[in-house]
Design a protein around this ligand. Sequence first.
Ligand SMILES: *[C@@H]1O[C@H](CO)[C@@H](O)[C@H](O)[C@H]1NC(C)=O
Ligand SMILES: *[C@@H]1O[C@H](CO)[C@@H](O)[C@H](O)[C@H]1NC(C)=O
Ligand SMILES: *[C@@H]1O[C@H](CO)[C@@H](O)[C@H](O)[C@H]1NC(C)=O
Ligand SMILES: *[C@@H]1O[C@H](CO)[C@@H](O)[C@H](O)[C@H]1NC(C)=O
Length: 391
Amino acid sequence: MFASTLIIFLSVILSAVQARRFRDTGGTIVFEEAWTIPELAFQNVYVSFKIWSTNDELVANLLDVHNQRLRSMNTNNIDFMVLSCAQPCIQSFSDPVTAENMAVHVNNELAATIANNTERFGAFASLAMHNATAAALELKRAVETLGFLGALVNDYQQSGTDGQTLLFYDQPEYDVFWQMVSDLDVPVYFHPRTDIQTILNLTFVHAPFLIGPAQEFAAGLSTHILGLGIPTGSVQTVYLSMSSLFEHWIVLISRFPKLKIIVGHLGERISSDLVRIDTREYPSQLSCTMRLRHCIELKRQVPFGLTMKQNVTTYFRTNIFETTSGNFAPDLLDFHINQIGLDRIMYSIDYPFINIPDGTTFINDLARTMKAEDHNSLARGLAIEVLRLKD
Ligand SMILES: *[C@@H]1O[C@H](CO)[C@@H](O)[C@H](O)[C@H]1NC(C)=O
Ligand SMILES: *[C@@H]1O[C@H](CO)[C@@H](O)[C@H](O)[C@H]1NC(C)=O
Ligand SMILES: *[C@@H]1O[C@H](CO)[C@@H](O)[C@H](O)[C@H]1NC(C)=O
Ligand SMILES: *[C@@H]1O[C@H](CO)[C@@H](O)[C@H](O)[C@H]1NC(C)=O
């Protein structure tokens, strides 16, 4: 009994230690990089992207780890890549049991796939977010037993028998999950997802070409992050609620000050717009309700009797990190460095939705204008800290 417990204990320690050893040759570290399993390949049917000749090519690149992906890492000076399940992954499974089982399956498959090359590949856990306690326990298993580096969630969790109830993780019932994230000291990456058909029909029927990266992804996910739009509840109540999810973020971050939230695509536009987000001035006696529509500056809202201690800009400088994934815009990067600081921004690509060589061109060009130590921080140094690759 004791011996077997000891063996399990030792193997957990060993696998965790092994998972944290990475090739460290001064190359880049990237971690919004998608992968999937054959059972979920159906989720990745796109016809409008230009960078693949066929959808089959995309799926082949998503399924692959050790072939074209690794070769491209080698020729593009990528030391280490963290893989996660391509959107919407678990977040589209409305049935909690199906979702939980699929999350365990995805995590086990990913662990097994990268087991023979953890020097080059790490993983973020996929999680069913129906039940915060179950999500916390699966995250713990993924981190402690499988050696995963954190989790990636694809925006809201669909739930309900008709799949029309959307769950947002900034609600109080998720405290138990965030407590675990905080205890494990791992980051949680917020990735966009394709919206449920009801929202697509309501919002994009006039302009379906804006579905995806052009507009839908940033609009949806930034709303989740700022928490102004869609509370827990059915889509029908979306526009009726007075709750401000961002208040929960703020309370969340105050209560769990170590929380590390990562947002891709250069902050899903939030950090481009902080001045406007934080300086809306309206008469302070007006409370922020949907009836009044226009709120006073976010910091002064007091829904649920909770006070936001800092403005959004400040939280972007303390608990939120962003990556450059799929948004290789040097001028915007400069602006963000000025807004939130270089110590909040990390390189990533968004392979295979984005070509790896395009990322290489972007990061290499920056080396000409940035100080060497700043460039090192962006390309790898901060990622090593946030992912705790040298712990
Ligand atoms: C890991 O296993 C895969 C699948 O068998 C194989 O293609 C790959 O070459 C292996 N990698 C290493 C580093 O052994
Ligand atoms: C949530 O998950 C926990 C841990 O697995 C379990 O004990 C609990 O019964 C679940 N709650 C619901 C409502 O299913
Ligand atoms: C979305 O719109 C299409 C086309 O009008 C319709 O067939 C479909 O039932 C709608 N779906 C939902 C969930 O509203
Ligand atoms: C946000 O808060 C910081 C710290 O209190 C303050 O310096 C800054 O001016 C605020 N920004 C805005 C736009 O209100």
